[in-house]
Design a protein around this ligand. Structure first.
Ligand SMILES: [Zn+2]
Length: 117
């Protein structure tokens, strides 16, 4: 069984949260959602923070370097899909680093698939 199946995020990874692995794995100027975390004593990816980027996931992740050892991610074609994935992970995992519900871009009209917020 892979890490991905154990965790159930549907994201790729984990990869080291560092510039070279981000450059290798991500494409430029593409929306996406991500989870930051670490491998725990049981070999599982433990999530400490989730987020999404509407326009450029690569630069968003680079800005997070140093905040966690590893990351998982998935690119999406649409910004709204990245937002919905972030919401689902927020509700599923309640990461310690996420104090507030993900906020949708003003005027987008998007709603959280879980709580309709
Ligand atoms: Zn919600």
């Amino acid at each position: 069984m892979t890490q991905q199946e154990l965790v159930g995020t549907g994201l790729r990874g984990p990869f080291a949260l560092a510039a070279d692995s981000i450059d290798e794995e991500l494409v430029d100027d593409c929306p996406g959602a991500y989870a930051l975390g670490f491998i725990d004593h049981f070999g599982r990816f433990s999530i400490t923070f989730v987020g999404s980027a509407g326009e450029n996931l690569k630069s968003e992740l680079k800005a997070r370097i140093g905040t966690a050892p590893q990351f998982k991610f998935r690119h999406f074609a649409l910004q709204s899909q990245a937002f919905e994935k972030e919401c689902e992970m927020f509700h599923d995992f309640m990461p310690v680093g996420n104090f507030l519900h993900p906020s949708r871009p003003p005027g987008s009209g998007w709603t959280c698939p879980r709580c309709r917020r």
